[in-house]
Ligand binder design. Structure first.
Ligand code: TA6
Length: 309
């Protein structure tokens, strides 16, 4: 297969930087690669330094012909996060986490330079979407594979001819694959101390986090928390390992930490056997308040993953 543009170096002559298939798009940059399912523009693989960094359940169906959400990778939640708000006609036909993660996105653009490889995905209202959500919108999602990081940028626009404001929540629901030999109770997240959080396991609201390092150690192993106004840099650490995962975000004001633990995890229909032990979700989110975009306005959120020692 020939490269899309002249590139230097033997490796880049034999590996196409962007390979658009019928179900997925593959991006390659040296020893790094990313694969994005067109269903949901869901990033389903990020290989950095020869290692897969994302978890995807082997029970997931990544094909465009299937309409279920992919269990793993980076599902994109929009226009709601979690169950749609009750008692509001606008959201009454939406499923949990909205429709962006289950609809097929278009490839709008691709760019390849020495600084990275980018693919731009687009989702606009189709007839099927209009039947469950009546507002106008344009979503642009850029997956940017860089030499030392993966940067994801979501751009939401309310067209200038729209007749109403566009309210939404959103999340990049990232499932980080844990290193070999590490399970969720060995994982901690730094940067959440003193933040208010909603605990979706206990039902408590606006609790203050007292821990400097939040360990994934909830009841029955379950943790499901929305941290409000999270700092734009969060670090995930693994007990007994020096390597860290760094998340750098902007626009997404909140952060979610989620792992269902063995009890709940084994009841999730599309979870592979024992899969709940292989990941922790650390998500960049905008949960509270909803963003309200007037006609002609837009919003951008970025979420970048890199690694430290
Ligand atoms: O981000 C955490 C969460 O909202 C949890 O409450 C949990 O149920 C999870 O997302 C998975 O949701 P899903 O709809 O993919 O099963």
């Amino acid at each position: 297969m020939a490269p899309t543009k002249p590139v230097d170096g033997l490796l880049r002559q034999i590996i196409m930087p962007v390979d658009v298939g019928s179900d997925t798009v593959k991006l390659s940059l040296g020893a790094s690669s990313v694969e994005v399912a067109l269903k949901g523009a869901t990033v389903i693989s990020y290989v950095h330094d020869g290692r897969e960094r994302l978890f995807v359940s082997s029970k997931s169906d990544i094909r465009t012909s299937d309409s279920t959400a992919i269990r793993g990778g980076v599902p994109l939640c929009w226009p709601v996060f979690g169950p749609p708000p009750a008692g509001n006609e606008l959201y009454s036909k939406l499923k949990q986490h909205g429709f962006a993660r289950t609809n097929v996105w278009e490839v709008a653009d691709q760019q390849d330079s020495k600084d990275g490889v980018k693919v731009v995905f687009k989702l606009s209202p189709t007839e099927a979407i209009k039947s469950v959500f009546k507002l106008s919108f344009a979503l642009i999602y850029t997956v940017d594979l860089r030499p030392y990081s993966l940067r994801l940028t979501l751009h939401v626009a309310n067209p200038s001819n729209a007749v109403a404001a566009l309210p939404f929540q959103t999340a990049l629901h990232t499932y980080f694959r844990l290193p070999q030999g590490v399970t969720p109770p060995d994982v901690s997240v730094d940067g959440l101390e003193n933040l208010a959080y909603n605990d979706k396991v206990s039902g408590e609201q606006k609790v203050t986090e007292r821990r400097k390092e939040v360990v994934i150690d909830g009841p029955n192993g379950e943790i499901d928390r929305v941290y409000f106004r999270a700092p734009n840099e969060l670090v995930m650490r693994f007990k007994g390992q020096t390597e860290t995962v760094k998340v750098t975000k902007s626009g997404f004001a909140d952060a979610v930490v989620w792992n269902p633990g063995p009890k709940k995890g084994s009841t999730i229909a599309d979870m592979e056997e024992g899969g709940y032990d292989r990941y922790v979700c650390l998500e960049g989110c905008q949960v509270e308040p909803f963003v309200y975009l007037d006609p002609g306005k837009d919003w951008t959120g970025t979420y970048e993953v890199s690694f430290g020692q």
